[in-house]
Design a protein around this ligand. Sequence first.
Ligand code: ADP
Length: 550
Amino acid sequence: MKRQIFRAILTVALAVLLSGVALIMGVLCGYFQDRMTAELAKSTAYIAHGLETQGRAYLTGGLPRDSRVTWVAADGTVLFDSREDPAGMENHAGREEIRDALLLGHGAAVRHSDTLSQKTVYYALRLEDGSVLRLAETQYSLWLLLLQAMQPVALVVLLAACLALWLAGRVSRRLVEPINAIDLDEPDSAAYEELAPLVGRLRSQNLRIRRQVADLRRQREEFAAITENMSEGLLVIDRETQVLSYNTAALRLLGVEGPVEAGESVLALDREAGFRRCVEEALAGRRREELLGDLCRRVLASPVEQDGAVAGAVLLVLDVTEREQREALRREFTANVSHELKTPLTAILGTAEILENGLVKPGDIPHFAGNIRREAQRLIGLVNDIIKLSRLDEGGPTAQWETVDLYRTAEDVLEQLRPAAERKQVTVTLEGGAAPVRGVPQIVEEIVYNLCDNAVAYNRIGGSVAVTVSAGTEGGRIAVSDTGTGIPREARERVFERFYRVDKSHSGGGTGLGLSIVKHGAAYLGARVELDSEPGRGSTFTVTFPPVGP
Ligand code: ADP
């Protein structure tokens, strides 16, 4: 803009300057010509007076040297000429100035030479005798004058042009300066009145842009917040497989360290054939799902279409480790349950077949029937434990939470276990006092029962079980100590697994689910289970419940 203004100002200045010079020259020329004609008229009148008073002799006297004097008779015959021989000169009656003088008394004319470099100004005056006296003076033409004055004129024009240049630069700068000074971010006032609508428009557009930018930023932050909190990996790619967007989970699941470089292909992030197939299929416009080689990650690829053409794809990487583990656990559990059920059922079937075939003496029948009852009882216990566990797996029983006194619960449980303890000559003691905890009574009782039951079952003959109940600031706590076999270090974690038994021979007679119920029940109630054991000397299981609220 500055350059345009500069050029416009310079053009105008130069045009004005040159036309001014031309005009002045023209005017000066006209003025000088008029002055010359007037001078010529004066000289003509002066010479005419001399001619009339002194006769022809006057003309041969001292005439002005730079003027040509011609005396023409009334018929146009040249009588005298100061430059040429009149005899050789043609008739002058037809000359414009002579004709005018003969007719009107005086006449003037200007004639240019062939080269245009000179012009001759003529002035003719009719004398009293009817003859005409003409004076001619040669003058350089305007072009010649200009040419002669070229140097100073060029100098003046050059100076004026320099001035115009400087002024144009200054003016254009000053004109543009306030426009440049407009703060495009905060255009509060217009530098020129004419710019006010533009500034107003700028302001409203700025406002709109700022709002849109804030909107976009918010949307991006929301998107980032959502994707960053996703446990699934998310990748958005373009048609050329270049990664456009991704979340941290995607990097973690694909095992990529550090950020993805701009323009990096998604195929460089995972070289697995399944992954490549997903990407290729999605970019071909088809949805594809693949379980990657390690069976821990599932990739779902969907094409993204724009105007009917595939513009890219969205890849979702899922961590299916847990699902796979759960599947494996379920398979293992099913196998274990089948095995556990099969053993008592086979025993029952075998005993029943012996009885059916009459192979048992009548006196032995009670013994065999007792076997069937025990195995059936074991089956019922197993099924009951499975039901309890599956209830806990499904989120616990629907029963209401209540305040339960751990001491009372322990008292009840030990009462139930008294026959078993007596059978093993195990001394059972209960210490402490009331310890209220919040929970589902049935689950609290199952926890206490399983711990005390194990303490008796895995005790030695004549051993002892000490149950201590306390209510500390941490919450209600029950500790069950026994003087039994103890649990080896490597089995301490595993005893809480379903169907895990330290002694695989089933000597304890349990279902292998008791401690699983304890672990899941405690987790359901928010309680903590700790195990301390010394093989050969005994074990202590401690369950700490969360404090009861006010
Ligand atoms: P079970 O029904 O067989 O008792 P649990 O889940 O209650 O099943 O216990 C798992 C295993 O942990 C038991 O088979 C036993 O080997 C071991 N165990 C549990 N409690 C004790 C204990 N107090 N002393 C020694 N071993 C124990």
